[in-house]
Design a protein around this ligand. Structure first.
Ligand SMILES: Cc1cc2nc3c(=O)[nH]c(=O)nc-3n(C[C@H](O)[C@H](O)[C@H](O)COP(=O)(O)OP(=O)(O)OC[C@H]3O[C@@H](n4cnc5c(N)ncnc54)[C@H](O)[C@@H]3O)c2cc1C
Length: 453
């Protein structure tokens, strides 16, 4: 059977479904092929289940602290099955929403695994003829020490989708994903060890915010080992043994959160079909064009941080280019990234150390408690740090560890995008009492006239 489309998108994750909607908005008759579930890994097994379970831990913490606010409650007791049911309900609601959006935008959703064919894309026995293919297949986890996933050795997706609370868990890799797993499970009652081979957890973050996060993780019971040299993972019938730095410990499960690779397996690409970059990802230019005419690639398949919002933005760019529009380039130097621990860690741009290698910098740094709202909320832990260029006033980076840091970072990122400097931000009126006043004070501090703090 042959069918014709003006654009075929492979993969319906945050990259693919957004690309498909944008292509359809621009008048291209579009189909998206998904072999699993719409919403991709992000909605079904990664970002959303993770955040749903982290929310359970946050609510539990708040209830456990209720007496600080003068409220008498009994010790919160976790009903994991119910928490997991809520997680699944959240996932279902959001993926149904994506399916509805695709329908509303007249995108055909085709089930099956797609591979590239001579005239377009082959899905089972159907040939989809097309001149424009957008690849958005995402990424798959990499095993460590050649130990296959399964049973007691889990990837992050399987960890978030566990049906019951494990007694003990060893998390390998303290990037955002590993830290989130450690943060949630420790606060829900699991004994957690977090292993990181580098010298700090959240190695890409500024040490000032990463260290606050590490302290809070430790306070919630996570046993953190940085500089960990992992030598063995040995799954057994009743436990899995982990050997690191000459010591051996047993856990119910190990969660591997240490690296992913592009999911190109099902595409059945021949050698040299699409050029790859040094990291083994699909090589693309600024318009997301691959080395082959008529094929674009986006999201976790290509360079840049593996983040859902980055995938979506690249989807917009690819679709616009495919439709013949002059599209905007994506600034990879300032994509915001968030770790949804408690407190959250959010940042974009350069750390202080990286900025100092490039320019003369000013730092505006304030603890959260320098403004009023965190005390009202009972969420005083954290800081806001701005890194600015001393001579141009440009915001080079922002680093926040705070309650709702994920939301706070958007203001500073917006300021940078609209070419406001830290002195402009310092004169932007903020509502009182809000945590965002700490952003205002950090900007004032960078500008040399900190008022509160
Ligand atoms: C545990 C975890 C938590 C995360 N949390 C966050 C977060 O909070 N925020 C954030 O921004 N990012 C987060 N990420 C990263 C985020 O999930 C990815 O960057 C994002 O999903 C990438 O989107 P994508 O569209 O490229 O691919 P995916 O979401 O992986 O979707 C790709 C889809 O393509 C389908 N597919 C693949 N090959 C084929 C084929 N040949 N035919 C048909 N279908 C195919 C797959 O089934 C899949 O559904 C997290 C990742 C993990 C692992």
């Amino acid at each position: 059977v042959a069918e014709g489309y003006e654009c075929v998108v492979v993969g319906a994750g945050p990259g693919g479904y957004v690309a498909a909607i944008r292509a359809s908005q621009l008048g291209l008759r579009t189909a998206v092929v998904e072999r699993n579930r719409v919403g991709g890994r992000c909605l079904n097994e990664a970002c959303i289940p993770a955040k749903a379970m982290l929310r359970v831990a946050d609510v539990r913490d708040l209830v456990a602290r209720a007496s600080d606010f003068g409220l008498q409650t009994s010790e919160p007791k976790l009903d994991f099955a119910k928490a997991a049911a809520r997680r699944d309900q959240v996932i279902g609601g959001l993926t149904d929403g994506v399916a509805l959006l695709l329908k509303r935008h007249r995108v055909d959703v085709l089930e099956g695994a797609a591979r590239i064919s001579k005239r377009g894309v082959q899905v089972d026995s159907t040939e989809l003829e097309t001149e424009r293919i957008i690849l958005a297949c995402g990424s798959v986890p990499q095993p460590i020490l050649d130990v296959p996933f399964g049973e007691r050795v889990l990837d992050t997706a399987a960890t978030w989708l566990l049906g019951e609370l494990p007694g003990s868990l060893c998390v390998i890799g303290a990037g955002p994903s590993g830290v989130e797993v450690a943060s949630a499970f420790a606060r829900l009652g699991t004994r957690v060890r977090l292993l990181e081979s580098l010298v700090q957890i959240l190695p890409r973050e500024d040490p000032d915010t990463a260290s606050v996060c590490a302290r809070e993780l430790a306070n919630s019971g996570v046993e953190i080992t940085t500089g960990a040299a992992l030598t063995e993972i040995k799954p057994g019938a009743k436990a899995v043994a982990v050997e690191f730095n000459g010591q051996r410990e047993e856990f119910d499960f190990v969660c591997i959160a240490a690296g992913r690779r592009a999911d190109v397996g099902a595409l059945e690409l021949d050698d040299g079909d699409l050029a790859l970059d040094d990291a083994g990802l699909i090589h693309v230019d600024g318009r997301m064009r691959t080395s082959r005419d008529g094929i674009w690639a986006i999201g976790d398949l290509v360079r840049g941080p593996a983040l859902a919002h980055k995938a979506s933005e690249e989807g917009v760019i690819a679709a616009e280019d495919a439709a013949g529009l002059a599209t905007h380039p994506l600034d990879y130097s300032s994509i915001p990234a968030v770790t949804f621990s408690h407190p959250q860690v959010a940042s974009f741009g350069l750390t202080q150390a990286a900025a100092e290698e490039e320019a003369e910098v000013v730092i505006g740094k304030v603890p959260l408690r320098s403004v009023g709202a965190p005390s009202v909320l009972g969420e005083e832990t954290g800081l806001v740090k701005l890194v600015g260029n001393a001579s141009t006033g440009e915001i080079l980076g922002a680093h926040i560890c705070a309650v709702n840091a994920a939301e706070l970072i958007a203001e500073i990122k917006g300021a940078r995008d609209y070419e406001a400097g830290f002195s402009d931000l310092a004169r932007s009126v903020h509502a009182h009492p809000t945590v965002s006043e700490a952003v205002l004070e950090a900007a004032r501090a960078a500008d040399g006239w900190l008022i509160h703090g």
